[in-house]
Structures are given as structure tokens and as C-alpha cells.
Design a binder for this molecule. Structure first.
Ligand code: TTP
Ligand code: MG
Length: 460
């Protein structure tokens, strides 16, 4: 913990859903659910309006439809999310060279490394006000919640308290009191499994943790975890903000002569790939935070799934375990034609993961491309709800739904008022996919941030 509130944490509000509401004016103020729309789809996120119906990330889309039948269910548009993410990250880099992205919509900033930072609370409030205003302006309307505190732990906690669309500083000196009554699950890396073990020794709140000895904790959670739990309980957290070295990735992939269906065989291939990737990391003296897999199924859908760790690693076992889990959870019904393992989000020092007890609970980012439909498939399979399209006569719009050879499009965009709905044949030659509209903040993004290096780059 530092003496000033110099660590800032930013997280965009209902990110994917907010981008959709921004780009589809008729969805403003309405429940929007972004995610897989197929029978086995999973919700990526829900707008705050949809959350009132109990819909949340990682819920089966089927259940979400049942809970919120009036919701708009849309597939993710990763290129649009990545565009806005880059703009926000560029704004953060204006505050300080030390920016550590945690996921597509979340980052830490070490304000003390920026110019003229005094730690004065009025100065911080003004800086954050301007930042949040710039996020709205440069992304055409997205809102960010921001937390500031004396450590990463405090800053992220503050963001949680500020959500949605808010700002909160945990003032230096108030840390111990603020966290005392929180559940131990507020501590970074503590999930259900650790919480259950702690409950066995009557530790539920952070203040309970302070009363037990490290020795007693050790018996429940092991040595490394016990020590850091104890430190977090006293708000001791000196973790540095670690900027990414470069926006790069390392990956390896194979295409198989015959589709593979056997899960054990897939797991073995993943392990071999993980070893290759880990060796490259070691050679370059890098550690990766994000592990991803790429799978092409027998129907030519390409699925990429990624998970970001609490820490960073170059361990074969760790990479293999996460990648195997990602493959095991992927919606593969038939055989697998191509399989790849990749890592990205590099740091130069290992950031030790504090808790291995828990299952990996960080969100999985999933992207399914239908860009290469198999020749047998008919053209209309590529019209998915939410896609942006252009009709030569009606202009820009987005796919509302399709079925029985018809596709329904609502003609509106970020630049228009809510617009009318028209229906066409799915084979209408005047209807095509639309390119992204530019954002004011595109100019802030350094060309280097756009370099596409390897098959997994530009994932989000
Ligand atoms: P979050 O920041 O966790 O969620 P959010 O931005 O939608 O909502 P809020 O922060 O206001 O609570 O995740 C950022 C994006 O990452 C989210 O919009 C969609 C994606 N995501 C997934 O794809 N799967 C998941 O399980 C989660 C949690 C997020
Ligand atoms: Mg968010």
C-alpha cells in the first residue's frame, strides 16, 4: 500500500452490451444480451436493463431467453469492442506510461508515474472527471467506472463500489476500515474453493482473517496463500502496475488430416502445443497472462476461447491445464479439424499466482467466426442477429433476425435515430456486411497497437 491514492482502475460498464446500445439506437434503455445465440450459447454480458431480469455473464443463453423474453439477443462483434477498447487504453496511456490492461475493458494505471502527480485528492477527482468525460466523448458514449486507491487491491475494490458509471476514491488511511466487513471473496484470487476452506475455521469476513494466525491459515490453504491472505487482510499490497511489453502473441496450431473426436487425443495435442509455446516464452524471457485456444470444427466454424489469469506464467503445466480446460468447455459437437494453443498479454516478470486452489474463474472470452462457411452451407447462415449490414437502397442497419429464407434488418446506426425494419431474401444481392464506423478516439491509437502478430492477435 502506498502513501498516496496513486493506483487507478478503470472498467467499462456492461461493455459489449453498451457498445451494442451505442450502435443500435433502438436498443437504448432496453434489455440487451450479448453472447452465443445458438442452442448451447452462453451469455457474454447483459445490459443493466437485462440484469434486472437476473441475466448475467456465463449464464446459458437458453436460460437468459426464459428469464428475459423481451431482450434483444445479439452475437458479439469483437472488432467493434476492440476498437473502443483501444481508444480507452490510449486515453489511459495519456495519464501515465504505466498502464496494465487486465482484459478488454479493464486496466490499472500507476498515476504516480505520470506527470505532475501530487496525490492531492482534488487533483485526482479532476483527473478522473476528465478521463470519464473523454471516454464518453472519444467512444461516442460508453461509460467507465473508475476506482482509485493506494494499491491495486484498493483501486479495483473502489471500482466495484463505483459501478455503474461512477467514481470512488478509497482515501489513504481508510483502507483497513473499508475492507473489514467485506467477505474474504473481495480479496484478489479468493474464489469459492478458498472461501469454503476459510469458512471451516470460521473466517468469513476480512476482519475474521486478521484474528487467525498465519500458521492456522497455512493448514487450510498452504504456505504461500496464507501469507498473502494475511497481507491482503491488512490491506498490504505492493503489487506493481506492469505494462505489457508489446501487444504480441505466441501461438502454434495444427490442421489434422482427419478430424479428431477423441477428447484424450485432443488433450495430448494441447499439452504438446503448450510445451512448444512455453519454450518460446522462456526463450524470450516473457510471461503470459492470457491463454487461448483456437478450434476449427468439422462444420468450419472457428472458435477462439481465451482466459486471462490472475498472474502471469511460462509454465507448461499451467498453460496446458488452462488450454485443456478451454478446449473441454468449448462447444465442439463433431470432430476437430484444427487446434491451436496461444498465449498473449505478456509481462517481463512472472506475476506469481497466489491461489491455485480455485478452479479458474476468470471469464472466458469466446469468439466464433462464421467467416468460412462450408461450401454445403447456404449463404443465409451468415446473417446473425446483431451483425451490421448495408443495403444499397436502404443504407446502414443491423440484422434483427432471420429464418425461412428471409432476413429482417433494422435500418439505424450510431449516427441516426431509431429506424425502420425491412425484410429481404437472405440471398438479396444488395445486402452486404458493413465495415465499422470510425470513432473520434481512433486518432489517439498508436499504429503499433494495431499490429496483428500471429493468428491470435486482435483477438478481442
Ligand atoms: P466485465 O467487465 O466483467 O463485465 P461488463 O463490462 O459487461 O459489466 P460491468 O463491468 O459493468 O459489470 O467484462 C467485460 C466484457 O467481457 C463483457 O462486456 C463481456 C466479456 N465477458 C465475457 O465474454 N464473458 C464473461 O464471462 C464475462 C464476465 C465477460
Ligand atoms: Mg466491465
Amino acid at each position: 500500500m502506498r502513501s498516496t491514492a496513486s493506483i487507478l482502475h478503470l472498467d467499462l460498464d456492461a461493455f459489449f452490451a453498451s457498445v451494442e446500445q451505442r450502435d443500435k439506437p433502438s436498443l437504448k434503455g432496453r434489455p440487451v444480451i450479448v453472447g452465443g445465440v445458438g442452442a448451447r450459447g452462453v451469455v457474454s454480458t447483459a445490459s443493466y436493463e437485462a440484469r434486472k431480469f437476473g441475466v448475467h455473464s456465463a449464464m446459458a443463453t437458453r436460460e437468459a431467453r426464459w428469464r428475459c423474453p423481451s431482450g434483444a439477443f445479439l452475437i458479439p462483434r469483437f472488432d467493434a469492442y476492440q476498437q473502443s477498447s483501444r481508444v480507452v487504453m490510449a486515453l489511459l496511456k495519456q495519464l501515465s506510461p504505466l498502464v496494465e490492461p487486465l482484459s478488454i475493458d479493464e486496466a490499472f494505471v500507476d498515476l504516480a508515474a505520470g506527470e505532475d502527480f501530487s496525490g492531492d485528492l482534488d487533483q485526482i477527482a479532476e483527473l478522473v472527471r476528465k478521463l470519464r468525460e473523454d471516454v464518453v466523448g472519444q467512444t461516442c458514449g460508453l461509460s467507465a467506472s473508475v476506482g482509485v486507491g493506494s494499491s491495486k487491491f484498493m483501486a479495483k475494490l473502489a471500482t466495484g463500489m463505483a459501478k455503474p458509471d461512477g467514481f470512488k476514491v478509497i482515501t489513504p488511511g481508510s483502507e483497513l476500515e473499508i475492507i473489514a466487513d467485506l467477505s474474504v471473496k473481495a480479496i484478489p484470487g479468493v474464489g469459492e474453493a478458498t472461501a469454503t476452506r476459510l469458512a471451516r475455521i470460521a473466517v468469513f469476513k476480512i476482519s475474521d482473517l486478521r484474528k487467525v494466525s498465519v500458521a492456522e491459515l497455512e493448514r487450510e490453504v498452504g504456505k504461500a496463500a496464507a501469507e498473502s491472505l494475511h497481507q491482503f487482510a491488512f490491506a498490504e499490497d505492493d503489487r506493481a502496475v506492469q505494462p505489457e511489453r508489446e501487444a504480441k502473441s505466441i501461438s502454434v496450431e495444427d490442421t489434422f488430416e482427419q478430424d479428431i473426436v477423441d477428447a484424450a487425443e485432443l488433450a495430448a495435442i494441447v499439452e504438446r502445443d503448450a510445451a512448444i509455446v512455453a519454450a518460446k516464452l522462456v526463450k524470450q524471457q516473457l510471461f503470459a497472462k492470457t491463454i487461448n485456444v483456437k478450434i476449427r470444427t468439422d462444420d468450419f466454424a472457428t472458435i477462439t476461447r481465451a482466459r486471462t489469469l490472475e498472474g502471469s506464467t511460462d509454465s507448461v503445466q499451467r498453460i496446458a491445464a488452462v488450454a485443456q480446460q478451454l478446449v473441454a468447455e468449448a462447444p465442439i459437437s463433431g470432430g476437430v479439424r484444427l487446434l491451436g494453443v496461444g498465449v498473449s498479454n505478456f509481462t517481463m516478470a512472472a506475476q506469481e499466482e497466489l491461489f491455485f486452489l480455485d478452479e479458474d474463474t476468470n471469464p472466458v472470452m469466446e469468439q466464433i467466426h462464421f467467416a468460412q462457411p462450408p461450401p454445403r452451407r447456404r449463404f443465409f447462415d451468415t446473417w446473425m442477429p446483431g451483425m451490421e449490414v448495408i443495403h444499397e437502397e436502404h443504407g446502414r442497419g443491423w440484422v434483427w433476425g432471420q429464418g425461412a429464407g428471409r432476413v429482417t434488418v433494422r435500418f439505424e446506426s450510431r449516427l441516426t435515430e431509431p429506424g425502420p425494419i425491412e425484410t429481404f431474401s437472405t440471398q438479396d444481392p444488395l445486402l452486404t456486411r458493413a465495415p465499422l464506423l470510425p470513432l473520434p478516439g481512433d486518432d489517439l491509437v498508436e499504429p503499433d497497437d494495431l499490429i496483428d502478430s500471429g493468428p491470435f492477435a486482435a483477438q478481442w
